[in-house]
Design a protein around this ligand. Structure first.
Ligand code: UDP
Length: 236
């Protein structure tokens, strides 16, 4: 597979064309940002770790009937993917209150939610990814009501699989963000699933094992990411 021109550079990844128009290469960087770019830094080897974690999780989801953009892991930092027309909706699913849920609605951090909460955010850095409902998304033309219903049910199904997967590895899946895209008439899960896009707490100690360590300068960022990798890949 020949790596072609760079199509896009985001905060944590670059995307390259290939000689097949249906396929792209996603390359994971070590750059880290938080609070919509207001905090910037690097996390050593994050790209390698997040690629490995994402490939493993997408493979697990595919094995359980969830269609994703993953074709194969190409190298330490590169994932071969189906080319998606990304839907400009970030789908956040929450099992435990943290982050913006605490700030916006006053939940105590750590409150276990009886039913998972699924939220939609507009994927637009200039507007700071505002929270939106289905009517906003449809009015903005980013998705149809049918697509949004599908995103919600897909997120709920993924949550069930991920929650169990992480519980088996002694981690609580607090919340996570998904992105989806259109590919030949189908909606596939895209982007990544990693400590950059999820919150994980250790099952026993509740220690944070995700990007919150970077956001709030808690220290031990690299160690937390590699510990998640160790557990996800069942390394010992
Ligand atoms: N998230 C993300 N990208 C974003 C916003 C949120 O990956 O642009 C993830 C975040 O890591 C967390 C979940 O989505 O796992 C919920 O984030 P929240 O709404 O609490 O916002 P934050 O605290 O990141 O501002």
């Amino acid at each position: 597979m020949k790596k072609g021109i760079q199509l896009y550079e985001g905060k944590a990844k670059k995307v390259f064309a290939t000689d097949d128009k249906d396929l792209v290469i996603q390359e994971f960087k070590d750059d880290a940002t938080a609070f919509n770019n207001k905090k910037k830094g690097t996390i050593a080897d994050k790209g390698v770790v997040n690629n490995a974690i994402s490939c493993k999780l997408f493979t697990m989801l595919e094995a359980n009937g969830i269609r994703t953009h993953l074709v194969e892991k190409l190298s330490e930092r590169e994932m071969l993917c189906r080319h998606l027309d990304i839907i400009k909706v970030e789908v956040v699913t929450r099992n435990i209150a943290a982050g913006s849920l605490v700030k916006r609605y006053g939940f105590a951090e750590g409150t276990v939610l009886q039913n998972p909460i699924v939220e939609f955010y507009l994927k637009d850095d200039e507007l700071d990814d505002p929270l939106m409902n289905e009517s906003h998304a449809v009015a903005l033309g980013v998705a149809t009501y049918e697509e949004l219903a599908l995103l919600k049910s897909r997120a709920e199904a993924i949550n069930v699989l991920l929650k169990q997967f992480f519980a088996d590895r002694k981690m609580k899946l607090v919340d996570f963000k998904l992105e989806f895209g259109r590919h030949n008439g189908e909606i596939l899960l895209g982007d990544e699933i990693s400590p950059d896009t999820c919150r994980f707490w250790d099952l026993e100690t509740n220690e944070k094992m995700d990007k919150d360590r970077f956001r709030f300068d808690l220290g031990g960022v690299e160690n937390a990411y590699s510990e998640v990798q160790r557990r996800v890949l069942d390394l010992d």
